[in-house]
Design a protein around this ligand. Structure first.
Ligand SMILES: *Cc1c(COP(=O)(O)O)cnc(C)c1O
Length: 289
């Protein structure tokens, strides 16, 4: 919680959270910080290549590589949170592979079980494992929980990992990426779409509307629209993103792009009606919830 963005979610715990310096994913900024107070920095925590819940923000493998090598140079641990990016999401099994780096600690969850059962893992390098390992019970790191290694979750994880061996998963992700790229070209032409990004199986677009007010909270307008049209999309602020399971078909993807295109027309329409002031109540009323 201390490492994540401070918000209404963390506010009640604020006094208990340790000090964190937040930086954008830029090697120059990190280097400057290390030069200023490197001896007080324990670790760099990042989401490699794509910052998910923060709005599907993407940065290059080169930047990731540079950040990792700065960590090495300054003896700062690198913690890669691959909960969202892991298991093929960005086009390689782990996002870190694209920068040819191996973090000291890695967090995994979501895709580990194919999203079917809850399971999380924290992987550590041998060095870190070694520093917690001790035959002397007084020094052993004993903490775990009742459901650690839950058998059903482990079975789901194994079944999901087996699919990687038996099926052409990476090829499927590449096919999804190609579809995304084609759709991105079309979305880029829409003047309501500010930025379109594709990475592996992720397509993200930022929507900017000139109409403030009613349309300022796009998620509350768009989520019901998407549900009514049979697709489960949950915008993050003004960012609409597609993060499909890898078994999705080409036709299903086309349907999603199509519903997103229609949602752009829908907000255009809603915006112009808001300007008349006449239809607002109907559009924001319960018919769309
Ligand atoms: C979802 C998510 C988490 C939380 O994962 P848990 O499965 O709840 O442990 C952490 N980091 C990222 C990047 C996520 O997307």
């Amino acid at each position: 919680m201390a490492a994540g963005a401070r918000s209404v979610f963390s506010a009640p715990y604020e006094p208990y959270l340790f000090d964190v310096t937040y930086i954008p994913p830029q090697a120059e900024t990190f280097e400057k910080l290390l030069n200023e107070k490197g001896d007080t920095i324990a670790a760099l925590i990042l989401e490699p290549l794509v910052q998910g819940a923060g709005g599907m923000k993407m940065y290059s493998a080169e930047t990731l590589k540079n950040l990792a090598s700065l960590c090495k140079q300054h003896g700062v641990l690198l913690i890669a949170d691959e909960v969202m990016t892991g298991f093929g999401r960005t086009g390689t099994f782990f996002a870190c592979e694209q920068a040819s780096i191996a973090p000291d600690l890695m967090c995994l969850s979501k895709g580990l079980t194919g999203g079917f059962l809850p399971m999380g893992l924290t992987l550590a390098s041998q060095t870190i494992y070694g520093s917690f390992y001790a035959p002397d019970r007084a020094r052993t790191f004993f903490h775990s929980s009742s459901f650690t290694g839950n058998a059903l979750s482990c079975a789901a994880a194994l079944a999901s990992l087996k699919l990687w061996e038996e099926e052409p998963v990476l090829e499927r992700i590449q096919a999804i990426e190609q579809s995304h790229q084609k759709a991105a070209e079309i979305f880029r032409k829409d003047k309501y779409v500010q930025d379109v990004r594709v990475k592996g199986s992720i397509l993200a677009l930022d929507i900017s509307t000139p109409e403030a007010g009613y349309l300022s909270n796009l998620g509350t307008v768009l989520t019901p629209f998407y549900l009514e049209n049979g697709v489960l999309l949950r915008p993050l602020g003004n960012c609409v993103y597609v993060l499909p399971p890898y078994c999705i078909t080409h036709e299903e993807l086309e349907r999603i792009y199509n519903v997103i295109r229609r949602s752009l027309d829908y907000i255009r329409h809603a915006g112009s009606q808001q300007n008349d002031g006449s239809q607002r109540a109907r559009l924001s009323g319960p018919a769309h919830c």
